[in-house]
Design a binder for this molecule. Structure first.
Ligand SMILES: *Cc1c(COP(=O)(O)O)cnc(C)c1O
Length: 455
């Protein structure tokens, strides 16, 4: 999608030069990765799973333990320049519709290649793998945003890409699968016959709908005998959150140029990467500049997958078969089979450890939004701003509506900024089902045209 020129704040002149290493700037240490026996995971072990560099980031090894900023490799910045800096806009139409005297702004990650914030981490992951001489990245995907972003990034970095896509999405949402295949990726419906774990599940239930945890487990098993392949994760890893900090850094510049001070920052959370990346500089400021006004941070999850609002904060595996290391996070348990919700990106059973820590320390407030509310908010945004949000992003917009209602009730006029993590033009079927657009397909409720008016 091309960006629409609007009466907005200017974008930054250039792409940030560094990522913000937020874990090195928090007073609390990020709990480390553990093996199933409770021992810490070593770099040698993790480098079998991820590219060497991503393994270093994940373990906060070497300079990642203390450097506040991490230089972005020039080839990655070069790719970012294809679409960054992304636009920063004011939602005037929405403000007017709500009769709100405060301000609503949004950072647009929907204009990115493949339509979401995910290329921000897919590009560096593919770059590091190719730099290391690997030949293939493997991953799991739900609705397909992550798989699409990775397929595109791999194509540009000369890597093969294999994607285990949850079976229900594979069958019901073919468009993103087509996009992955256009980039040369191999897409496999999960559970699949490719792995022993997949075969066991299919024997028990031939039409098993799959889950992200199962897809990740299959990807792990697939990797086991392929020395030139590694796993790439879109949401649950610390490296993904680190790469997403380009969003927040651009935002700081864009806000600063217009002297806008945000009172409330809102983002949706699946794994937590877009939220953390969007809010990172403001979260860091809480510790480095305690004198500055502190915005309210709201992380919005699906009420159908209430990880932050109802889950436990404990060590758990990211995949369903306990093949990945354990991380400390809010989770509903690796066996949790989320209900089929349209916002597939919000279906993870856990939240990334960095966000979990921030929520546990009370710095970030979690909120849960129902699917119905999210789709109505997405519709309202489309009507007033002309942009159809991804169902995931619509959860953030629904929370904006909640905050506006509270503010108006108290006669306040806050400045609200949210992250528009992706567009919804490939999710129209979800909108149609949620808003019942097919209920009168033949429009038989319309008056027939009178024949005497026909010429
Ligand atoms: C994947 C996705 C999400 C959720 O992932 P996070 O890691 O929480 O950012 C949100 N919005 C869109 C559009 C997505 O594709």
């Amino acid at each position: 999608m091309t960006s629409i020129q609007r009466p907005v704040v200017e974008t930054t002149a250039d792409v940030p030069e560094n990522w913000l290493n937020i874990a090195a700037q928090l007073p609390d240490r990020l709990p480390g990765l553990q093996r199933a026996d409770g021992q810490p995971v070593t770099h040698a072990e993790l480098a079998q799973l991820y590219s060497t560099e991503c393994a270093r980031i994940e373990l906060l090894a070497d300079h990642y333990s203390h450097d506040h900023t991490i230089p972005i490799p020039p080839p990655v910045r070069q790719e970012y320049r294809k679409y960054r800096p992304t636009p920063f806009c004011r939602a005037k139409g929405l403000e007017e519709r709500l009769g709100f005297s405060g301000r609503i702004y949004f950072k647009r990650e929907d204009c990115n290649p493949t339509g979401s914030h995910k290329p921000n981490t897919a590009i560096p992951q593919a770059y590091y793998a190719s730099f290391q001489g690997l030949s293939e990245l493997v991953t799991d995907t739900g609705a397909g945003q992550w798989g699409t972003a990775l397929a595109w990034a791999c194509h540009n970095m000369g890597l093969r890409c294999t994607v285990f896509m949850t079976r229900d999405s594979f069958l019901s949402k073919p468009y993103r699968r087509y996009m992955m295949e256009l980039c040369g990726a191999k897409v496999i419906a999960s559970p699949s016959n490719v792995t022993a774990h997949g075969r066991t599940l299919l024997e028990a239930n031939a039409s098993h709908c799959g889950s992200l945890g199962i897809g990740m487990g299959e990807a792990m098993e697939y990797l086991a005998d392929r020395t030139e392949a590694r796993l790439a994760l879109g949401c649950m890893s610390y490296y993904a959150a680190l790469h997403q900090t380009v969003i927040g850094q651009e935002l700081v510049g864009q806000l600063g140029r217009e002297a806008i001070v945000p009172d409330i920052l809102i983002g949706c959370v699946g794994g937590g990467s877009n939220f953390v990346g969007f809010a990172a500089p403001f979260l860091v400021n809480v510790f480095t500049h305690p004198d500055l006004p502190r915005p309210q941070f709201v992380a919005v999850e699906s009420a159908n997958v209430p990880v932050l609002t109802q889950g436990r904060y404990e060590y758990e595996h990211a995949d369903a078969f306990a093949l990945t290391p354990r991380v400390k996070m809010y989770t509903l348990g690796r066996d949790f089979l989320p209900p089929e919700i349209h916002a597939g990106g919000l279906r993870y059973h856990g939240k990334t450890p960095i966000l979990s820590l921030l929520v546990n320390k009370g710095l970030v407030s979690p909120a849960a939004i129902s699917q119905e509310k999210a789709f109505h908010a997405g519709k309202l945004f489309f009507e007033t701003e002309g942009i159809l949000p991804a169902p995931e992003s619509s959860h953030a917009i629904a929370q904006v509506l909640v905050e506006v209602e509270i503010a108006m009730h108290h006669g306040r006029t806050p400045t609200i900024v949210f992250c528009l993590s992706g567009h919804g033009y490939l999710d129209l079927e979800g909108y149609a089902r949620a808003l019942d657009l097919d209920s009168a397909p033949c429009r038989s409720d319309l008056e027939p045209v009178a024949t005497d008016r026909l010429r």
